[in-house]
Design a protein around this ligand. Structure first.
Ligand code: NOJ
Length: 570
């Protein structure tokens, strides 16, 4: 971030008229995650694709988006829906071709939309050529992955046991025996996802080449997958220490059986992030253009996030995701949200002047299913009113819910990945085929873009309105200029104040199921405030209309009402 000082010459002398913080595009950007299988199917095979995305990109501009992050589109056998990549520099035929991707980028650039790709450096698919070469100990690939002989099995002479007791994130041992190579390989996720060996410089080079390949095509940055899992502890004698038992479960097959102190958040990860950041910054220096950015996926403590962002000497990820708000559910109240906001702002904003707000992604239950119908709009408005970047998971802007699991469902994460609901037609306008890879959610006749466009206080229009406000001058005033404050007025009502010299807005969000006399909750100074406020945004719960005027001490809020008020005079 840099500051621009606006100076004015008055009577021949230089005086500071105002100090304006100018932010780089990503700092207060509106990000939107597209799950490509589910956004728009252009060829009627029931699976979303790149041409479909290109066709609909303008919709993202309509709703105020700065950048879209695409979940993996690379060649993959799809054991983990694309997070198992077999070729890092090609597009999977399900999604299209490199030419389709170039066309998507061209279109995005023509309408001023940035494109972020998913970068999955922790592992490849077991069908990746690099892994096959490693299995065969081909020159240059012998140590590309984490291999180990394992331990002798005292009970079965000649047999081998895994090198350590590590349990993978998707359960079962993190070590898989490979008959051909006669060694175990490490996989933090599925056995079809062997982990790269980042202690091998050749792996670093290969990953930088991957980044360069996509940067040269014109992408604006990367979301780095599974940052926490990049390194594992290894002793100097080449052995791997067992992880201590967690004591929380007796099931030795589940990931929570052990505490992941040697397989997650190892210190080398931080250096890796700094390496990639330096690479991106150098790329910009050499090639010009806007900042290419790194988003980092890591469900870790703020201590680690702090390191991931930078350490004073080195910079890391521009936006390590803030996952605090992913724990919001139907019982969350104003004090919970105040706590979440405080956690981040007090530490990360103060130190790195950076914030971002995430409530969902393709691994989580959808926010509208977590908080319920009454609170989904409130969440969208509150997020947009906070300083920094918002990251919207496709469908949050219309209140999409998880699909029902008909029958056994081995990976419940997919229930939040159903086809996007464009209209009330066949397959919700996602595909011309009635057979889509996942069923469309039951409520698509009512919850869809087409219908919501026509209803003033629909979830979509509230989302659009709040994103519009987010990009006004008042909302861009930063905390150090006094342009931001927030807090719970009681257990139910959360307040955010944005802007000062460039207009002042007050966001009020009632999490509770009862009427609140807001006038009574304000301080004496506020009660005496004679200013007039105008309703600038209302949700469907509100009994007010946009443009209506009110004084602070006259405000009542009905259950779950969320409003934005604009101060209109002094
Ligand atoms: C995190 C991704 O978000 C998730 O979907 C995937 O299964 C794992 N990383 C493994 O790549």
């Amino acid at each position: 971030m840099f500051k621009i000082i606006l100076a004015a010459f008055i009577c021949g002398s230089l005086s500071l008229s105002s100090v304006v913080s100018k932010s780089d595009w990503w700092e207060d950007g509106s990000f939107y995650q597209i799950y490509p299988r589910s956004w728009k199917d252009s060829d009627g095979n029931g699976i979303g694709d790149l041409k479909g995305i290109t066709e609909k990109l303008e919709y993202l501009k309509e709703i105020g988006i700065t950048a879209t992050w695409l979940s993996p589109i690379f060649q993959s056998p799809m054991a983990d829906n694309g997070y198992d990549i077999s070729n890092f520099t090609n597009i999977d035929p399900i999604f299209g071709t490199l030419e389709d991707f170039d066309a998507l980028l061209k279109k995005a650039k023509s309408i001023g939309l940035k494109v972020i790709l998913d970068f999955v450096p922790n592992h490849s698919s077991d069908e990746c050529e690099w892994f096959q070469k490693s299995v065969n100990r081909e020159d240059g690939y012998d140590d590309f992955y984490v291999w180990d002989d394992g331990k002798d099995d005292p009970m079965n002479p000649g047999k081998k046991l895994p090198p350590s007791n590590w349990i993978s994130i998707f359960n079962g041992s993190m070590w898989e025996w490979n008959e051909k190579r006669q060694q175990f390989y490490l996989h933090q996720f599925l056995k079809e996802q062997p982990d790269f060996n980042f202690r091998n410089p050749k792996v670093h080079t290969a990953m930088l080449e991957v980044l360069k390949f996509w940067l040269d095509r014109g992408v604006d940055g990367f979301r780095i997958d599974a940052v926490t899992h990049m390194y594992e502890k290894i002793y100097e004698n080449g052995t791997y220490p067992d992880e201590p038992l967690s004591g929380t479960t007796n099931d030795s097959n589940t990931q929570h059986y052990v505490k992941h102190i040697y397989t997650q958040e190892q210190y080398e990860t931080v250096e890796l992030l700094y390496e990639w950041r330096e690479f991106l910054d150098d790329y910009k220096k050499q090639n010009g253009g806007d900042t290419r950015i790194l988003l980092a996926e890591a469900y870790v403590s703020l201590d680690s996030i702090d390191q991931y962002a930078g350490n004073g000497t080195h910079l890391g990820a521009h936006l390590p995701f803030n996952f605090d708000l992913t724990s919001i559910n139907a019982t969350s109240d104003a004090r919970d949200v105040e706590g979440f906001v405080h956690n981040w702002m007090d530490r990360m904003w103060t130190k790195h002047q950076m914030a971002n707000w995430v409530v969902g992604n393709h691994d989580l239950k959808r926010i509208a299913s977590r908080v319920g119908d009454d609170l989904k709009d409130l969440v969208n408005v509150v997020l947009a009113a906070l300083p920094g970047a918002t990251i919207t998971y496709y469908g949050e802007e219309i209140g999409m819910v998880n699909v029902d699991c008909n029958g056994p469902c081995s990976d419940t994460r997919i229930l939040g990945r159903s086809p996007f609901q464009w209209n009330d037609g066949i397959s919700a306008g996602f595909s011309s085929s009635p057979n889509t890879w996942l069923p469309v959610a039951h409520n698509y006749k009512k919850v869809n873009v087409k219908i919501q466009r026509g209803v003033a206080s629909s979830t979509l229009n509230v989302f659009k309105g709040s994103q519009k406000l987010k990009h006004t001058a008042a909302f861009k005033e930063f905390k150090d200029e006094g342009g931001f404050s927030y807090g719970a007025l009681n257990d139910n009502v959360f307040q955010i104040i944005r802007g000062k010299s460039r207009g002042e807005y007050r966001v009020l969000a009632n999490f509770g199921n009862k009427v609140e006399n807001i006038g009574q909750l304000f301080t004496k100074a506020m009660k005496d405030d004679k200013n007039i406020y105008e309703y600038a945004l209302v949700t469907s719960h509100s009994t007010h209309r946009i443009g209506e005027r009110v004084k602070l001490n006259e405000i009542f809020m009905v259950p779950y009402e969320t409003v934005v008020l604009k101060k209109i005079n002094n």
